[in-house]
Design a protein around this ligand. Sequence first.
Ligand code: NAD
Ligand code: UDX
Length: 481
Amino acid sequence: MVKICCIGAGYVGGPTMAVIALKCPSVEVAVVDISVPRITAWNSDQLPIYEPGLDDVVKQCRGKNLFFSTDVEKHVREADIVFVSVNTPTKTRGLGAGKAADLTYWESAARMIADVSVSDKIVVEKSTVPVKTAEAIEKILTHNNSKGIKFQILSNPEFLAEGTAIEDLFKPDRVLIGGRETPEGFAAVKALKDVYSQWVPEEKILTTNLWSAELSKLAANAFLAQRISSVNAMSALCEATGANVTEVSYAVGKDSRIGPKFLNSSVGFGGSCFQKDILNLVYICECNGLPEVAEYWKQVIKINDYQKTRFVNRIVSSMFNTVSNKKIAVLGFAFKKDTGDTRETPAIDVCKGLIGDKARISIYDPQVTEEQIQRDLTMNKFDWDHPLHLQPMSPTTVKQVSVAWDAYAATKDAHGICILTEWDEFKKLDYEKVFESMQKPAFVFDGRNVVDAEKLRKIGFIVYSIGKPLDQWLKDMPALA
Ligand code: NAD
Ligand code: UDX
């Protein structure tokens, strides 16, 4: 029986390994983590992450060929293949702070693998890492084992998106495996390919050299994020000219060379990957003497920041240039629908902007807890991606923020509503009831273009929809930079 161990029981490690266990009954999979609360949750009925379909997959395999444990060393020692899916956050201090990937967790995992191993192993980079990381990992593994154990490093980046992780893992667009172009490297690639080929068609499993696999992951995220920044840049021009961004992206996406996906204008992209990976890409370009290339990718982040600031400015300017002591209902805090994940969610920047203007905020999200929201609004930039954030911490609160148990409670007596996540339930609210309970004039700022703006205007709302023609009210009160 092939034994797999995955270090890191997070959004990637947990679902990916659960699907491997489900699809490969002859493989034994152990997912290990230093976070005791995380592993306890994986072993309970309340999994640590919300992901449609995940509960079902875990229930089918847990205790059979899927195990979650904090005994990291034991499972690493016993494994033939070790996946490493730990955090690779943005560095917060020192050389490259604010851009470079912090490989502290990766390096400590690699040193531990070298220490405890008593047999040859394939070590798989599942985390997103800077190109050339495999070379550094190889050095750590070979220089730290005196037992003559052989390690083969593979790069097998993960392309799943949250909210659709199980679907993406069941039917991936591609699985990418990079390895050394040596007989031992090819054999390792084949061993990993044999795992995936139990459910992924052969032609969808791509094999490349190590550096191409590592760089492809950063490139794919940069291209995806760039599409969103492109359409968001257009949304500002649409508002200035009377064009409608939904019509523009539909027309643009009809070109088969461009394609229709990933062209939804929004308050900005969030999530744990896009910003972090682009900053990392920028840093790598700078380190390789390519400032023009670095500058090009930096713009993707700049437009994303601009979009969030623009949204806050629009709210404040529409409401007579002040939101001081006004109640603003925030509907949705997660970075996208169908997840409870709030890492780098645009809601953090929007809420902080409104708090800075002294608004009172009432937040409702169907999947995000009050503790998480308060933690996000008090945490320093980039601190969220360090394992310590998974441990219980003493509560800190922002007094201007309250958390409501449904959208009606959040919007009661509010002056304005911001929709920041595209949860389906926000499309189906009884907006007449909501309007009745609000202060007047009642505003809706739709950061995800989910509501039927015309219908809401008929009820009496003043509606701002990203990239759509503006109400007369909004034209009369232009947002200032
Ligand atoms: P996560 O924070 O959810 O999980 C990482 C886990 O690793 C944490 O539970 C942490 O406690 C654990 N960990 C850290 N150091 C450890 C160590 N030395 N030993 C044991 N456990 C340790 O992160 P994630 O979202 O799963 O992301 C992991 C990696 O995958 C990152 O590099 C990320 O960029 C990449 N990635 C993420 C996604 C995504 O959608 N979240 C998609 C593709 C790739
Ligand atoms: C992303 C990549 O899609 C995935 O391949 C990679 O493995 C990890 O990073 P994820 O961050 O989970 O996945 O979600 P994604 O669906 O890409 O959305 C990212 C952000 O972009 C969200 O805030 C989403 O709302 C936003 N978005 C997405 C838009 O604003 N417009 C779009 O058209 C699409």
